[in-house]
Design a protein around this ligand. Sequence first.
Ligand code: MLC
Ligand code: AMP
Length: 514
Amino acid sequence: MPQHNLFAALRAAFPKDLDAVAVETDNGLHYSWRDLDRASAMMANLLQSLEIPQGSRVAVQVEKSVEAMVLYLATLRAGMVFLPLNTAYQSGEIEYFVGNAEPAVVVCSSKNFGWVSKIAFKAGTAHVFTLDDDRTGSLLQRAAHHSDQHTTVTQQADDLAAILYTSGTTGRSKGAMLTHGNMRSNAVMLKDYWGWQKGDVLIHALPIFHVHGLFVAIHGALINGSKMIWLSKFDPKLVIAKMRQATVFMGVPTLYVRMLAEPALTREAAQHMRLFIAGSAPLLIETFSEWIERTGHTILERYGMSETVMLTSNPYAADARYGQQAERRGGTVGFPLPGVSLRVLDDAGQALPVGEIGGIQVQGPNVFKGYWRMPEKTKEEFTADGFFKTGDVGKVDARGYVTIVGRSKDLIISGGYNVYPAEIEGYINDMPGVAESAVVGVPHPDFGEVGVAVVIAKAGVTLNADTLIANLKAQLANFKIPKRCFIVNELPRNTMSKVQKNLLREQYKSLFMA
Ligand code: MLC
Ligand code: AMP
């Protein structure tokens, strides 16, 4: 049977010299390619020794560490399904994910073991391990007893490799099922498209529980046999300092905005770099232009989703094979990647001509298999001819460049994290004394966009905005908390009684902008 396991493709790209440095951390540790191979073999053997079926979910909520990345590789190797969880999620959020995904294994930080294990055992998970960012925890202790030799489990292209939870406009989060084929095809294609070359070194400064840091960045480096400079947390000064030893950087727009605020960001500091890539949220044209002025480099913006990995990209260079010019155009997300079909449709489902704005639909080997245990939702989000409805609104120009102009889904993207107003409104509406609420996204100089809550009290009740925010903080991941809360007497409505969020966005648009 042919081997489609993503790990097999990554492993095949390891350099011949397995003792060369694969990862260098910000606290001075060096991991060789052999270390990655052996450690992932030991963890894969541990997972398999648990005698859980192939395809079992391994849910992971841990701080960023090389060992956490190795656990991801081990999960692939063992033919299990990786389920990464944002470290900011609190108990209510984790309870939902664990209940929905029914993982056989849960790995958490030791400081959270008490509450996480309680949730996991209640949901029927038999194995809960700990893993901390200082190379300790029961996962490593147990793995140490296993062999450092392991034969990668054979997988079909259609077998699941990961589930990423992503919310919808209504209802609870949905688990996007990504297969080995989805991720492998995307990684192989991007290696070529972004011109990865021998000697490339990636600065890895993103969290590793979302597509950008976990897949695009890690796969990109590993499938090119490239070293990573591994930062546990984004620090603009440190990234700028590391540019002298690196060639590739990937970040959400907020990271670029924060680096631009550093006087140390100069042409000289960025001279050794080959490529700066941005995505996960719109990159403002001001940021794009200022980056060119300050560093002499043109950021390459690309567009993707949890459900699809990468969809479009500005060109790395002119490439006759793709019939493309070399220009990276600010304000656009570039061309559909090789193998990706992208079309723009109106509300009636009619394809729109060049330059007209409509809903973006995509098809390709990178597009996910569907939502975990939600066949109805999956059906709703695909067209009869197999295109996925992204929920993004955009246009394609005569040269083929795609521009995202907005979203039909009610979603706020704050510093690269997704915040779903419906979820926050649900929590606010459940609070005593609240009649109703609306959460809208408004421009923010650092995070691009942030949430603002507008709340109406029940008759005769006086609400306190600070108390509402404190209440939310006790229940939800910190990045989801609205940055401001206003108690008002009424919400603007249209003739159908629907809240006009566009008017609220307009009303509060200058709140954070000078
Ligand atoms: C942190 N805070 C945020 C926030 N991040 N608020 C809104 N939006 C965010 N993104 C708040 C915290 O709640 C806290 O508030 C305060 O800021 C400080 O928290 P912190 O953890 O110290 O923040 P910091 O380390 O500065 O984090 C900022 C950041 C981080 C930009 C480095 O958000 C980040 O790493 N973003 C990247 C997200 C990402 O990887 N996205 C990829 C998705 S994949 P308080 O009040 O509690 O003190 C995807 C597909 C694709 O979209 O195409 O790639
Ligand atoms: P996620 O569900 O976290 O994967 O977020 C995916 C969403 O991020 C997409 O549907 C887009 O709305 C948005 N996105 C990703 N990249 C870009 C980009 N370069 N420009 C604008 N929006 C983007």
